[in-house]
Every structure is written in C-alpha cells, then in structure tokens.
Design a protein around this ligand. Structure first.
Ligand SMILES: Cc1ncc(COP(=O)(O)O)c(C=O)c1O
Length: 370
C-alpha cells in the first residue's frame, strides 16, 4: 500500500477503488489528523515516558480518553495499545463468574481473553440464543453467575450478535454478565454511533451502568476501525473505570500508546464527533451497496454495518472474482477470517468517502463476472 486507506488507494504503483477498509471515515489520511500526529511527534518524541501508572500520562493520551468518553456518553475512558487487549482487561474486572459461555465464532482476542480467566468454557453456536440457553441449562452450576462473551459486529461478515436476546435470556440466570467486543460497531451503529449495544437499546447498561434485567454489560473497543485512530478503548462510569484500571496490570505494566499516535487519534475522534455527515454518508453507502448486491441476486444481511460478508459460491470462485475485480481496478478481499465459514467470504466494505458512482462501478463490474 502506498497511500492512506480511503475510497481510492495506491497499491504497487496502481490506483484502485478500495472496498477493503477499516478506517471507515478515511481519517488515517486526513490532513488535520496527520498535522496533530506531527505536532505530537515534535513535542513528545515517539514514545511515552513510562507506563500509565508511572509518568506515562501525557495530555494527548488523556485527550483520547476524554473525547472517547464524551463520544460514548460515559464519564471516563482507559486508552491502551491495542483493541485486542480490551477483553483481556475487561475479563479480569469480572468479580464473580462460575463459567464462561463463548460464541464459537468469537474473535481470537475474545477466545484468548476467555482462557485467561481459568474458568470452565462452554461454546455455543454462533449468534444462537437457543443454543446459548441449552448450554446455560446444561453447564451453569446452580446459583452461579454466567459470563457470556461475544463480538458485537462480526469482523468478517458484519453480522450483528443478538445481544438483546442474550440479555432477555440471561435475565433468567441473573445476576449475569455479558461481555461484548464491539471493535466494528463503535462509530458506525446506533443513533449516536456508540455501537452495537446502543443500536440494540442496551447502551445504558454498559461498563458500570444500571444492569439491564439483572445483566451487567461490559464492552471494549478499538479506535483503529471506524475512528481511524489506533489503540484500544474502554469507556464507562467513574467507579467502574477506577476498578478496571487496577483489576489487570495493563495500566501499570504496559507502555501506553505512543504519544503522537494518541495526538492523531484524539484529532480523529474530534472530527468524527463533530461532523455527523461522516456517519450519514457511511450509512447511505452501506445501504446502497447492500441494495446493489441484492439486485445481483446475492443474499445480504440487513445490519447497517460498513462491511458485509457475502459467500459467492466456493472459495475458488471467490478467488477468481477477487482477481478479476482487481484486474479491473477494484479491491475486494476474500477472507477466511474468524466467523467467515469454511469457504471464506468476500468482504465488501464501504467508507464515507465513496461516491455512489464508485459503488455502482463496482457492482457493474461484479455483475459482469458472476
Ligand atoms: C473483533 C475485533 N476485536 C479486536 C480487534 C483488534 O483490535 P486492534 O487492532 O485495535 O488490536 C480486531 C481486529 O483488529 C477485531 O476484528
């Protein structure tokens, strides 16, 4: 790649229409984000002084936390080097759980986080509340607190986990905990862009909020997807965040994100929060893409996520489509990433910067190849 991600990118000396993002608002390459990062470099150098608990608290790091908390409608934030670690941090803040119930197609980082708790792990079928119910009845010790772990939006396909149904179901086993990795929901779903939980009407119960039907909801995210920044973020109520910072050792045992990265990320957050048209355009493009794919006879889910995974025949056929689209100047990856099924899927992602004509051009090219 020879340019920032966006609707058009340079790869190996050729300009492509790019449908393979993250960075749904293209902010990695935004001039103000770049300027903020450069200013951070000049002022602080490349890295932080020590861990957060030492002298690692610089203004840009705190700015990310403040802006992320404000964006999420929460009181405080904890910003760390990778969204991958969010679940590792959160899982250590769960006080009493008897067993973990894990979506079988959950992202790698959710699976690894489940393992570090040292509790029995029971996997349920992907996004299947009925199977979750069966597993709860079969394996939860009487009176024990269940911890259910799931993605919000599935990374490969854009499917939304039925988190609202999980909550209703878990109410029968309350008190219970639902932990959600919403890497792909933040900035995209929900009225305020707060993610999958807001989209499903569960936003108020998150990270120290009032439990919903006796279910505590925990949620971690990355700033590296929609937000066009970098690093993991957890936002929540003050008392919860205070506990969270000390229930794992990330705060005092890991380097914070590099300060210039934090400065750029804070600027990206400011831009997304200050301009609702980013999300409006993304939604418009997401719906336009879906409608076009359906008109090609493809089966596409309804979640208004930036990305949508579509199985188009066998793996070999999808590789052919990928190659031929690329030859015509379009990048659409085929992925066998977690949650994509045995043959993999074609993962189409739009960003706010795509013009409708760009999407139409892609659909036209695809029609000629199907
Ligand atoms: C669902 C999910 N969670 C977490 C991550 C990791 O986040 P980060 O890249 O910030 O470490 C990813 C991918 O990057 C992801 O798809």
């Amino acid at each position: 790649m020879e340019s920032p991600p966006g609707p058009e990118v340079w790869i190996d000396g050729r300009l492509y229409r790019y449908f393979a993002g993250t960075s749904y608002y293209g902010l990695h390459g935004h001039p103000e984000v770049i300027a903020a990062g450069c200013e951070g470099f000049r002022k602080y150098g490349f890295h932080t002084a020590t861990s957060r608990a030492g002298f690692g608290n610089s203004a840009p790091l705190l700015e990310v936390e403040r802006r992320a908390a404000e964006y999420s409608g929460q009181e405080e934030g904890f910003y760390f080097s990778s969204g991958y670690a969010a679940n590792h941090i959160l899982v250590q803040a769960v006080e009493a759980a008897a067993a973990i119930f894990l979506d079988e197609a959950a992202h790698f980082c959710v699976v690894e986080a489940a393992k570090i708790r040292g509790l029995p792990i029971h996997r349920f079928h992907a996004r299947d509340p009925e199977d979750l119910r069966a597993k709860l009845h079969a394996h939860l010790p009487h009176g024990g607190v269940p911890l259910v772990m799931s993605d919000g939006l599935v990374a490969a396909t854009g499917h939304l986990a039925p988190l609202d149904e999980y909550v209703k179901l878990l109410a029968e086993f309350a008190p219970a905990v639902l932990m959600v990795d919403d890497a792909h929901g933040l900035g995209v779903l929900g009225e305020g862009g707060r993610g999958s939980l807001e989209h499903l009407g569960l936003g108020d119960a998150v990270n120290g909020g009032t439990p919903c039907l006796g279910v505590n909801i925990l949620c971690g995210r990355t700033l590296g997807k929609a937000m066009g920044g970098f690093g993991g973020i957890i936002t929540g109520h003050r008392f919860f965040m205070e506990k969270l910072r000390h229930s794992s050792n990330y705060y005092d045992g890991a380097s914070a994100p590099p300060t210039p990265v934090a400065a750029a990320t804070a600027k990206a957050l400011e831009l997304v929060a200050g301009d609702p048209s980013y999300r409006e355009r993304l939604r418009r493009n997401a719906l336009h893409l879906r409608q076009g794919l359906r008109e090609l006879g493809l089966e596409v889910h309804d979640v208004p996520s930036a990305h949508v995974g579509v199985a188009i025949g066998r793996a070999g056929n999808m590789q052919r489509l990928h190659r031929e689209l690329r030859a015509q100047g379009f990048i659409v990856p085929v992925t066998s990433y977690v949650g994509s099924g045995p043959e993999g899927i074609m993962r189409f992602a739009v960003c706010s910067g795509h013009e409708l004509e760009m999407i139409d051009d892609l659909l036209r090219a695809l029609r000629g190849l199907l």
